[in-house]
Design a protein around this ligand. Structure first.
Ligand SMILES: Nc1ncnc2c1ncn2[C@@H]1O[C@H](COP(=O)(O)OP(=O)(O)OP(=O)(O)O)[C@@H](O)[C@H]1O
Ligand SMILES: [Mg+2]
Length: 228
């Protein structure tokens, strides 16, 4: 991705933004989403830091390769204290949530203003009853409505059928499902190994994946604008 010229997005989202990728389910696409978001916001001309809140630190080495700003904070109390401080220094704080650490996820939900929940098709049935939905509801109760949250389908093979099924499964869920889905693509899988993101990779498949990520982030920011 060209670094020389940054173009600020036409979407006038409210800043500072603490954007978390959360789901207690492992392998949902949190780290992949968070790193792509950090790269995307940086390219949009927003000062951005990625906070790796996962003890496994899978996104740290990836963002290091990308030359992005990052910090590892996996202690819940430290996250609680430091996220607002980082938000006063950066336009956007992207948080990569852990797979199975409730206290860490709770601290993130208390401090974030936008939460994106990647969900694989195999997880749809669990999506409306999963722990993350319960946590988001509790955080909203405590904080009087915040954080704004949305689910998106990740690694999708058949868009049409899946979206319909997902909508039915999530009908009673208070967290909205984004219209945009992220397809399953080998280039997305290859990105960390290449120290890259689909925004920086060449080829038709990468361009299509980059456009899908851009649509997801733009749709989420519009939701954030309209609900906050
Ligand atoms: N859209 C996609 N297409 C293809 N592969 C994907 C896609 N999204 C994620 N993956 C792959 O799925 C695996 C899990 O993704 P990721 O590490 O982002 O999940 P996670 O939610 O962060 O997992 P954990 O809870 O273990 O931290 C990775 O190998 C990643 O490359
Ligand atoms: Mg991860």
């Amino acid at each position: 991705m060209p670094k020389s010229k940054s173009t600020k997005s036409a979407v006038p989202w409210k800043l500072p933004l603490i954007l978390a990728f959360a789901n207690q389910k492992g392998g949902a696409g949190k780290s992949t989403g968070a790193v792509h978001a950090a790269d995307w916001f940086t390219h949009q001309g927003r000062s951005t830091i990625l906070v790796d809140a996962d003890g496994q630190q899978s996104s740290s080495s990836w963002v290091k390769d990308l030359g992005l700003v990052y910090k590892v904070i996996s202690d819940p109390e430290l996250l609680f204290d430091e996220l607002p401080l980082l938000a006063s220094e950066y336009d956007v704080v992207v948080v990569d949530g852990p797979g199975n650490a409730s206290e860490v996820t709770k601290a993130i939900l208390i401090r974030s203003n936008l939460v994106l929940i990647p969900c694989r098709d195999s997880m749809i049935d669990l999506a409306s009853t999963g722990k993350i939905v319960q946590f988001v509801r509790q955080a909203k109760e405590i904080r009087g409505g915040a954080p704004i949250a949305a689910i998106y389908l990740n690694a999708v093979k058949d868009n049409t059928i899946l979206l319909r099924e997902a909508r039915e499964a999530l009908q009673s869920c208070f967290i909205p499902l984004l219209n945009t889905t992220l397809p399953e693509r080998q280039c997305i899988k290859d990105a960390p190994g290449q120290g890259s993101t689909v925004f920086r990779m060449n080829g038709v498949a990468s361009k299509a994946a980059a456009s899908a990520y851009t649509k997801i982030f733009t749709e989420a920011l519009k939701l954030f604008e309209s609900e906050s």
